[in-house]
Design a protein around this ligand. Sequence first.
Ligand code: PMP
Length: 423
Amino acid sequence: MTVAWTAQGIREDFPILGRTMRSGAPLVYLDSAATSQKPLQVLHAERDFYERHNAAAHRGSHQLAEEATEAFEVARSTIAAFVGAAASQTVFTRSATDSLNMVAHAFAAATMLHARGREQDSRFVLGEGDSIVVTEAEHHANLVPWQELAAKTGAELRWVGVDPDGRIRTEDLASLVDARTKVISCAHVSNVLGGTLDIAAFAAAARAVGALFILDACQSVPHLPVRLPDTGADLAVFSAHKMLGPTGLGVLWGRDEVLAAMPVVDTGGSMISHVTMQESTYLPAPAKFEPGVPSMAQAVGTAAAADYLTSLGMPSVHAHVSALAARAADALAQLPGVRVQAAPDAPPVSAVSFTVDGVHPHDIGQVLDDDGIAVRVGHHCAWPLMRALGVPATVRASFSVYNTESEVDALLVSVERARRFFT
Ligand code: PMP
């Protein structure tokens, strides 16, 4: 894959990359899996919305309200197109975490309403004997909501295990999934192990028993060409802030008929079609799931981020980011005592986690920070995965469009300096 743009060429779009850190070292930002940096195009789009078009979308008939509505809905179409989806299937939330909670709460709501004799789509109704299947590699955002749902409904939470070498035991699906499995949910790309899961196997397992397949696409949408309707997922989530967009906006994508069947969780203004003192009826998706004045500037900024990535070309983005990740993973694995925490057959998309024998990840992180290198150290919101890998924490370097080979090399020098210092 030839890359028409260079990371060096686009770095000026990201003013923060010009910073010098406390130690006097220039910033080397290798923490994009936590949150990405934002290009000027995104900052300008948000600012332009506030400076020229700000009003409450979907409310009022004055010109500004019309402009705000237009900007918001055009942004929705742009973001939907970025993941191969229709605007009507693209719901805005506060974050991916919010999207996942909304879905889990929808199952709980359907279960409760069903118990009170209100007709619900049976796919959303859970009870004892039913099961929810996730993996041991999930981010807490795709685990804890399901634990709560199991506790509320009596359904059993089951999980596909992870081997100590980071391999996800996808073959476990055969014994875990049965006719009473209602939900299968997994990450597209692990935020710790860095590789892609065999989501076709998860989708097939769900399809075989009529379960809903929910995809956590937080770590794939920023780096891979992803067409959500082609993933086999019924519902999928991602966050704007990891794809060069602003904080405060998440996406919940769903198949039309799944969103139509899914009960509402949050209610209020904007999402209704009719209200009396006794009861209300709701608009079709996506409005049905978006009560209140929406995050308009954030949507406009996220559309600018999607346009920015599209202009680079997602196949080129993938080629660039995965090449940096592979360069880091291969070189780190050569260092004595360094273990890359990833399955051997799942090359990293962006994130590379590692440990250094006899040295706590926080000590490595401290040395790297002194060298201006921002990585994440800790459990990465994946405690069960840390236990499966047999480590308390890892160091995670993660890459984006603006990172360069020389930054990977700076990481390697710094890790080696830390290793020598502490061992
Ligand atoms: N899932 C995965 C795989 C993630 O990496 C993250 C963010 N670390 C989330 C879910 C949650 O995303 P957010 O914090 O933006 O809600």
